[in-house]
Design a protein around this ligand. Sequence first.
Ligand code: ADP
Ligand code: MG
Length: 230
Amino acid sequence: MEDIIEIKNVKKIYRVGDEKIIALDDINLKIKQGELCCLLGTSGSGKSTLLNLLAGLEKPSSGSIKIKGINIELLNEKKLVKFRQQHVGFVFQSYNLMSPLTALENVCLPLTFKGISKRAREKEASKMLKSVGLENRLKHKPSQMSGGQQQRVGIARAFVGDPEIVFADEPTGNLDSKTTKEVMELIVSMAKKNNQTLIIVTHDQNIAKFANRIVHIFDGNIEKIEQLNY
Ligand code: ADP
Ligand code: MG
């Protein structure tokens, strides 16, 4: 399998007042297409910063990030938006659903930016909601669903339109242990089905076990990489 992501000598420094915070010190990492990769580390170790850089939400202070052969640190904001719309899906800890919209409308959103007709969008979004077990919640708003159900909507939205890469930042951080297991199994099976690359950020060893490879992050550096065999 080919490398879909290649990170070289990435550093991220934040300046707060006079203080310099090295969020990422020197990160080198390659991720293959279809890999389930977990970034594991304690709070403040730099996991979310790394994910945000990979998703093109922030720029590295130095170093390069190549995704599908494109150096995304060189893209302007307009091109980055387009890049994300075409290649990337997101699952957030706090779901980040649009509260006035129904489950169906939330899942339709990413397809809107791809210029797909309303009818085709709704068909595709219903199919996704069915595959996450929410076929009878299409008209529900986020406030009318449990946390686990809202995250299933979040997963349907991340995977709709078949993006090559899906990023998930602490996707089960707000869920109980039973729902956590169900949601993790769902995310992993969705990614495997279409050979998508999945990158999950967590501080939880038990979540990390769902991955093929665990990248241990400590103090802005990769401490070790653990290959899991099945
Ligand atoms: P994690 O996701 O592993 O908990 P983060 O990547 O959020 O860690 O943060 C890594 C370090 O960078 C922390 O020390 C954090 O305080 C700092 N940091 C993160 N984002 C910012 C920011 N926007 N401005 C200043 N410091 C930040
Ligand atoms: Mg974080």
